[in-house]
Design a protein around this ligand. Sequence first.
Ligand code: NAP
Length: 247
Amino acid sequence: MELQEQRFLVTGASRGIGQAIAVDLAAHGAKVAGLATRLENLAATAQAVEAAGGVFLPLAGDIADPQTANAAVAAVIAEWGGVDGLVANAGITRDGLLIRMSAEDFASVLATNLGGAFHFLKAVTRPMMKARSGRVVLIGSVVACVGNPGKANYCAAKAGLHGLARSAALELGSRGITVNVVAPGFIETDMTSGLPEAAREAMTAKIALGRPGSPADVAGAVRFLAGPAGAYVTGQVLVVDGGLSLG
Ligand code: NAP
């Protein structure tokens, strides 16, 4: 049990990648607090974590609001006495070509995908600094490295996570805290389920491993960075895309 007694907070834990991360961390011994927009959205994750033998603390709120992060971290500390790890996973898309993209759609994706990660990272910084240890994983996207038509807001926000992680890694390394980004490629979740079949096939054809990724593929990479094997890795972007970005 490589994560025995480690206390993790995972945002966007109700479904998709965040749910898989929560269940995987719990299956490897961690206590997991999971956040989504509404408590009732977390019922399936709570069940899955408990079925994996874990302990789950459900939390709700909008990650774009700094108070959500402060309250969530306070709740984890009140329940378990500290927080050892953060996985800032929750994210949204508001796709559209730049020429038609509204300032609201740009701002909301920045506020949620980049601002949300910042609020949670900031909220865990003080307790982790006091504990002189901590693991932070921000869930980015490979499109931040290569660009994607129709996703200028999303790519800008996810690319911002790289600078956030590197700067935080430099600031917090002396306190034993690592900060990294996991950048998934094309993963089958609600976020990608609306893609037309032809686009799905075209995307899959570009993946060296010949298949879309699963949420569990991403969870394994997160666990590496969150566990003992990742102890000496910080400020990095780990691409988990089956070779999609290789060209
Ligand atoms: P998803 O299935 O759409 O799930 C999104 C999760 O984020 C849900 O738990 C949702 O909670 C939560 N969430 C969204 N907005 C929130 C907010 N404002 N406050 C609190 N929680 C919020 O997405 P996914 O595909 O698993 O993606 C997870 C992460 O991986 C995202 O950051 C995404 O950008 C990234 N990613 C995904 C892919 C992919 O191919 N799927 C590729 C690269 C990167 P509710 O259930 O309450 O709405």
